[in-house]
Design a protein around this ligand. Structure first.
Ligand code: DC
Length: 221
């Protein structure tokens, strides 16, 4: 199986790159951030605070997650409902970051991700794929960019979708999530020792796709 891990902080361009690389290689893309976002959505819909470990753990037993591909795009169904349209709303980002810090949530998601990688050629993006989920992945990348550049990209993306948030709000959210994601006790954001480090601050999307695809092809020759 080809397993490609792309880790890095929020807004580094992981999902754009992972999607494009998967398409070029004719394999599947698994957005693991969307899985944590789905858990956050499920909890918030039930009025469960995402930091309340006991209640989250209890409700998690009822959460059935099904990942499907419709017209090539990943859709996450939670207990039969397609929750994908709600996952990118700004308040979901912080909620996902909080809920993802709970070990009970991580174990459940990591189990699903490992199962998925065992049965599919897949590009996964996240925070802990190369270090924890798939330490034996054939190709690992750690993708980053300066916080300002990441905030600029995310801000543009949100404005294009009709949001009226400011650049400062997005930068603040990025900084908070960076801190949260790299300081949690279980599987924090960090580069695997054998990951290829890609700083995308001054690279175009096309350049990053080329670089990643070339390395993957070279390693899987
Ligand atoms: O990549 P994203 O912004 O959609 O991720 C949302 C949150 O989920 C992020 O703040 C951290 C968490 N996450 C994680 O802990 N591990 C992953 N493999 C992917 C995401």
């Amino acid at each position: 199986m080809i397993n490609i891990a792309i880790d890095g902080p929020a807004g580094a361009g992981k999902s754009t790159i992972a999607k494009a690389v998967a398409k070029r290689l004719g394999i599947i893309y698994l957005d693991t951030g969307a899985m944590y976002r789905s858990v956050a959505y499920f909890m918030l819909r039930r009025g469960i605070p995402v930091t309340d470990e006991e209640r989250v753990a209890e409700a998690l037993g009822e959460l059935v997650m099904d990942i499907r591909y419709e017209d090539g795009a990943q859709q996450i169904y939670v207990c039969g409902e397609n929750v994908t349209p709600y996952l990118r709303e700004p308040h979901m980002s912080k909620a996902a970051s909080d809920v993802s810090a709970l070990p009970v949530v991580r174990y459940k998601m990591v189990e699903l991700q490992r199962e998925f990688a065992k049965t599919h050629d897949v590009v996964l993006d996240g925070r802990d794929i190369g270090t924890f989920v798939l330490p034996d992945a054939n190709c690992k990348f750690f993708m980053t960019a300066s916080p300002e550049e990441r905030a600029k990209r995310r801000h543009l993306e949100l404005v294009e979708k009709g949001s009226d948030c400011t650049f400062e709000e997005v930068l603040d959210d990025i900084n908070k999530r960076d801190y949260n994601d790299s300081h949690r006790a279980v599987a924090p954001l960090k580069a695997a020792e054998d990951a290829v480090y890609v700083d995308t601050t001054h690279m175009s999307v096309e350049e990053v796709i080329e670089r990643v695809t070339d390395i993957v092809r070279e390693k899987n020759k």
